[in-house]
Design a protein around this ligand. Sequence first.
Ligand SMILES: NC(=O)c1ccc[n+]([C@@H]2O[C@H](COP(=O)([O-])OP(=O)(O)OC[C@H]3O[C@@H](n4cnc5c(N)ncnc54)[C@H](O)[C@@H]3O)[C@@H](O)[C@H]2O)c1
Length: 417
Amino acid sequence: MNEVSTIRDIRLAADGQRKIDWVKQYMPVLNSLRDQYIQERPFAGKKIVICLHLEAKTAYLALTIQAGGGEVAVVASNPLSTQDDVVAALVENGIRAHAWHGATDEEYKVHINKALDFGPDYIIDDGGDLVSTIHTCRRELIGQVRGGAEETTTGILRLKAMSREGKLEFPMMAVNDARSKYLFDNRYGTGQSVWDAILRTTNLVVAGKTVCIVGYGWCGKGVALRARGLGAKIIICEVDPVKANEAWMDGYEVMPMKEAASMADYFITVTGNKNVITKDHFVRMKNGAILANAGHFDVEISKQDLSLLAVSKRKVRPNTEEFTLEDGRKIFLLAEGRLVNLAAGDGHPVEVMDMSFALQALALEYLVKNQGLENKVFNVPEQLDNRVALMKLHSLGLQIDSLTSDQAEYLAGWVNE
Ligand SMILES: NC(=O)c1ccc[n+]([C@@H]2O[C@H](COP(=O)([O-])OP(=O)(O)OC[C@H]3O[C@@H](n4cnc5c(N)ncnc54)[C@H](O)[C@@H]3O)[C@@H](O)[C@H]2O)c1
């Protein structure tokens, strides 16, 4: 074990390695980039700090960047999603790691800072914790960090806010906003993994029950699609009138949260916003209502309100807390209101993360090859987005048509033939 890591138990490494070996069989796009990186070593001499959910797929991204010559340190983007055996395997593979499952807020801050002590040239962030720590508490790293890539919707919103205020001090790539990311990861990835986590945590039936999904963005659409497949009746709560119309036309009930509160058996938040379910809603809920969050931070369901309303609370199953209200009604909160699919599951399916993490690797390579970018948020170039999509198609044995030059000219022109 390298002494520069802070992990739970290196003896778990063999279990973690088995998990990594499993996922790498299902990541053909990343495998192909890895083969290329072994030859070209685009990250040689570069220090890279990765802050993502530390499970097997992320581990394979870290190993891919290492295979390209990078020196890598990893830290968790959420203490509940860290898998100690996978982290141990990374350390055995020569990667620095600062993370353990269930780290307290204080420990989590220590881990982030230890990872940053490595002095990264580049970062990969998920939700903005590295970027905000560097810009506030670790300003000596400004100038050292030459850029980074951000994984999720919430992180990009924050980066764009920093950029608008002129506060962003290195370029960041908006990986989430690539089509090969959000159309698959946010929609199908979240859709499947949220239900996987809820089902394995509760062991209850979904068919015939009412599921309220708050937020009909890319993630919400996926969660609704899979809920329909499980036989649920679905209610969508939205604040965006266009998306509310979309939900209605997709065949779902649409109503305000106050109305939905008394009707649903399951509530799933995926807004990226705070306090979308509060005491006004808890007091209307049915006995036995189950609450879960899939948005990035644990602020969507007000845990404070729920604790204040409850006369007692206790853990009734792994990742399940029961809150009893004054009149005896019970409300169950899964995974402490944190990202349910990662805190109570294994996260997105492997094949989906193959595309997202291939984009991360390519975004990093783009930053290394394009020095001197402005301190702004950049989209992943369309060419790289399409490259990932094509590599994915080829890995599936699928071919598609391409435009003839005549068609391309026609589409780019404006004069009728
Ligand atoms: N669980 C995961 O694995 C996972 C994966 C990707 C993204 N995310 C996170 O999920 C969240 C949503 O991501 P997305 O890509 O779907 O974003 P999005 O912007 O596509 O959708 C969010 C939706 O929530 C709606 N909304 C905002 N406030 C609301 C409120 N008070 N009530 C009802 N609706 C409201 C918005 O109008 C929007 O339609 C983000 O925090 C993102 O970082 C989680």
